[in-house]
Design a protein around this ligand. Structure first.
Ligand SMILES: *[C@@H]1O[C@H](CO)[C@@H](O)[C@H](O)[C@H]1NC(C)=O
Ligand SMILES: *[C@@H]1O[C@H](CO)[C@@H](O)[C@H](O)[C@H]1NC(C)=O
Ligand SMILES: *[C@@H]1O[C@H](CO)[C@@H](O)[C@H](O)[C@H]1NC(C)=O
Ligand SMILES: *[C@@H]1O[C@H](CO)[C@@H](O)[C@H](O)[C@H]1NC(C)=O
Ligand SMILES: *[C@@H]1O[C@H](CO)[C@@H](O)[C@H](O)[C@H]1NC(C)=O
Length: 322
């Protein structure tokens, strides 16, 4: 009798275990949901806010990771408290954030006299938070419209990167925009940017009609722009709708890389276990590739938030399927 009860109980326990494993396995997303400290908001509109980021001082890992959710906008806007950039995406897995940043615009009359210098975003900065850098791998610097030599300088005033954009005489004002298959020099050009960039000051240089090499005396557009942009945006959105002839203000996605940067790398970070950001068991440390610092990831077979105690959970779906 006792034996039968025991085996019945075993069966129940087994059934319950199988049920729990299956329930957990079919909802792996539920495991990944705990992304914040207790009592801290984990969303701003549709954007997830995983720790070390947080809304307000109590919820973030120090001031560099503090965010604000501005509900005066619909949908609400996620703003970095220190440098005020507007974020539309945050990711723990690849250490990226996507910011929306306005292009700098200048418009000219027929004799290349400056008509409007919106002077918006001449200086674009990530100063105030040492966590972020403009991703050198995922951004390009763009000059749009023609004739346009667009470039940016660093905090000490030295030229960093830029390019020149010209149009054929038939293009530009009054002409239909010929698609050149992307941003390749005609109406739009792009250049690479160096790693470790956290500030840039943008310039637009035009050319007087009749000046310089005749090959540069092509069509003109009313407005010229310079901006940093995500490579994917240039290769898809811009390629599909070349917009060198536009005259309005607009914002483009820019990829920011973030890391824990109060120490140089993982080796140094691991020496102080209370300050070490990779708080979860079954987590690892990855050195930053663009400036000092490190990021954390969950070990193989685990998923979740490596920055939280107990944040990395066994990935049961893989266990069950294997
Ligand atoms: C935000 O990130 C998600 C997941 O990585 C991606 O699917 C989405 O396209 C991104 N949105 C923007 C605006 O980049
Ligand atoms: C263009 O603007 C410049 C200065 O802004 C001005 O001196 C010039 O007369 C203007 N030219 C025309 C054709 O309006
Ligand atoms: C370029 O701008 C001119 C003047 O605004 C306009 O007439 C022309 O249609 C535009 N071309 C394109 C391709 O948008
Ligand atoms: C370790 O980090 C904590 C928190 O940042 C700090 O207060 C403490 O002084 C550090 N300890 C050492 C030995 O550096
Ligand atoms: C964590 O990052 C390291 C370094 O990039 C990588 O080798 C490792 O595969 C990552 N772990 C997982 C589970 O992705």
């Amino acid at each position: 009798m006792t034996e039968m009860t025991t085996s019945a109980q075993h069966l129940q326990v087994l059934a319950l275990t199988v049920f729990l494993v299956c329930a957990a396995a079919v909802t792996p997303a539920a495991l990944a949901q705990q992304q914040q400290l207790p009592g801290c908001p984990d969303k701003c509109g549709d954007i997830s806010i995983p720790y070390p980021f947080g809304i307000g001082a109590r919820c973030a890992r120090g001031q560099y990771f503090e965010l604000e959710c501005n509900r005066a906008y619909s949908p609400p806007r996620l703003i970095v408290s220190t440098h005020r950039q507007h974020l539309v995406n945050l990711s723990l897995a690849d250490g990226e954030a996507i910011a929306l940043i306005n292009a700098k615009r200048q418009c000219y009359n027929s004799t290349e006299g400056l008509v409007t210098d919106a002077n918006v975003n001449k200086e674009v900065t990530l100063y105030g938070s040492n966590a972020y850098r403009f991703s050198a791998a995922r951004n390009r610097y763009v000059a749009l419209g023609c004739p346009n030599m667009g470039y940016f300088v660093d905090g000490t005033g030295f030229y960093v990167s830029g390019c020149t954009s010209f149009c054929r005489p038939s293009q530009g004002s009054g002409a239909s925009g010929a698609s050149t298959g992307g941003c390749t020099g005609e109406g739009c050009c792009q250049s690479r940017i160096p790693t470790n960039t956290d500030y840039y000051e943008q310039y637009i240089q035009t050319f007087k009609p009749g000046e310089g090499d005749p090959i540069l005396r092509g069509g003109t557009t009313a407005c010229r722009y310079v901006f940093m942009a995500e490579d994917k945006w240039i290769d898809t959105t811009y390629r599909d709708t070349p917009m060198f002839n536009r005259t309005d203000d607009f914002a483009v996605p820019v990829v920011l890389n973030w890391a824990i940067r109060n120490v140089a790398n993982c080796d140094i970070a691991k020496r102080n276990r209370t300050d070490y950001a990779c708080q979860s068991d079954n987590s690892g440390c990855v050195d930053s590739i663009d400036g000092p610092g490190y990021r954390c990831n969950c070990s193989q077979g685990y998923e979740g938030n490596p920055y939280l105690i107990g944040g990395c959970k066994a990935y049961l779906l893989e266990l069950v399927l294997s």
